[in-house]
Ligand binder design. Structure first.
Ligand SMILES: CC(C)(COP(=O)([O-])OP(=O)([O-])OC[C@H]1O[C@@H](n2cnc3c(N)ncnc32)[C@H](O)[C@@H]1OP(=O)([O-])[O-])[C@@H](O)C(=O)NCCC(=O)NCCSC(=O)C[C@@](C)(O)CC(=O)[O-]
Length: 303
């Protein structure tokens, strides 16, 4: 484990990735409170919402209310998803610190998720990236289905190489390697990261692992071993993508923080406060947390 980083930056994607697929409406006030609790727990990067079609993803239709309602803390970066210029222009009014364009390594997922081919998606993202840079807003690219696709099955690293190259070509500054449906295992995830590293420096790459097959903590460790020190995680393990049926949430932030602190790696996050944030949103959704660490530590608290 020679390459293990000494600190890790976590982006909690719970308010966006975590809640986008909830069938029951989650009030904007609850999303705002979740963001407040995450920042109080020490999260310095929070993915708040997305500016996508409300017909496609109704749960994110309150993007403006949520962004306007957040009491911003200095030193915290608030990011939002923008698939096209229309989304970017709407987001601009709410002053995000970072925008995320999101493509896929599989053609079928690109079509289902954003209604266009990979090549067309890059054409749509290019002016968004340019406009964001002109406005002084950071740009991240999310790469879905880098190991497996719900429609095409296994996705080879060559597809990741192709997408990462396209992202780099339009000026994306940082990319997330996403296992959207949580089928990856450490070697496959490492191969996807390896393909990404042909185009991006290790400091510009994040891991984004869903936990459908219970592999997400192992995959996080596999990425850490390669030196990846940015990780997207979701409080209480919330989440799932509307266009990836059956896929469960991201790896729980609590589980990754426990892993990291246990290995002496700094995160700046207070695990107890984070567990309280996870308990809050789980209670609001009326179901138990998906975080194994939160469940264990809550049971311990209750004696
Ligand atoms: C991308 C589009 C908009 C293309 O959708 P489209 O239908 O191809 O777009 P269009 O340009 O033809 O417009 C159709 C309608 O959508 C409207 N529209 C067009 N753009 C916007 C916008 N930005 N915001 C609001 N409205 C918009 C537009 O105004 C029009 O409205 P109408 O005239 O019918 O009333 C659509 O496919 C969409 O919204 N998809 C949702 C994608 C999504 O949010 N997926 C989940 C997030 S990705 C994810 O979770 C994966 C990730 C990132 O976490 C990593 C991982 O784990 O893999």
């Amino acid at each position: 484990m020679n390459n293990l980083p000494s600190r890790v930056k976590i982006v909690d994607v719970g308010p966006r990735d975590g809640l986008q697929n909830e069938k029951q409406p989650v009030p904007a006030a609850v999303k705002i409170e979740l963001v407040h609790r995450l920042q109080a727990a020490g999260l310095k990067e929070i993915e708040v919402t997305s500016y996508v079609s409300p017909k496609w993803v109704p749960q994110m239709a309150d993007n403006h209310a949520v962004m306007q309602g957040v009491r911003r803390q200095p030193g915290v970066r608030y990011s939002v998803l923008t698939p096209n210029l229309k989304g970017f222009e709407a987001a601009l009014a709410d002053k995000p610190d970072e925008i995320v364009v999101f493509g896929a390594a599989s053609e079928a997922f690109s079509q289902k998720n954003i209604n266009c081919s990979i090549a067309e998606s890059i054409e749509r993202f290019a002016p968004v990236v340019q406009a964001a840079k002109a406005a002084g807003i950071a740009v991240r690219g999310a790469m879905s289905c880098t190991v497996g696709c719900p429609y095409e099955g296994d996705v080879p690293p060559s597809r990741v190489d192709y997408l990462a190259g396209l992202m780099k070509g339009i000026g994306v500054e940082h990319v997330g390697v996403a296992d959207t449906i949580g089928v990856g295992t450490p070697k496959k995830v490492q191969a996807a990261i390896e393909a990404t590293l042909k185009h991006f420096h290790i400091d510009q790459v994040s891991g984004h692992f869903h936990d459908t097959y219970g592999q997400a903590v192992a995959n996080t460790l596999a990425a850490l071993e390669m030196g990846v020190w940015h990780h997207d995680t979701s409080v209480a393990g919330l989440g799932g993508c509307p266009y990836a049926k059956g896929a469960t949430g991201n790896v729980a932030t609590e589980d990754v923080v426990y892993l990291l602190h246990g290995m002496g790696i700094e995160t700046g996050i207070d695990l107890d406060a984070l567990i309280d944030a996870g308990t809050y949103i789980s209670e609001q959704l009326g179901r138990p947390t998906n975080s194994r660490v939160a469940r264990a530590l809550l049971a311990k608290r209750q004696g």
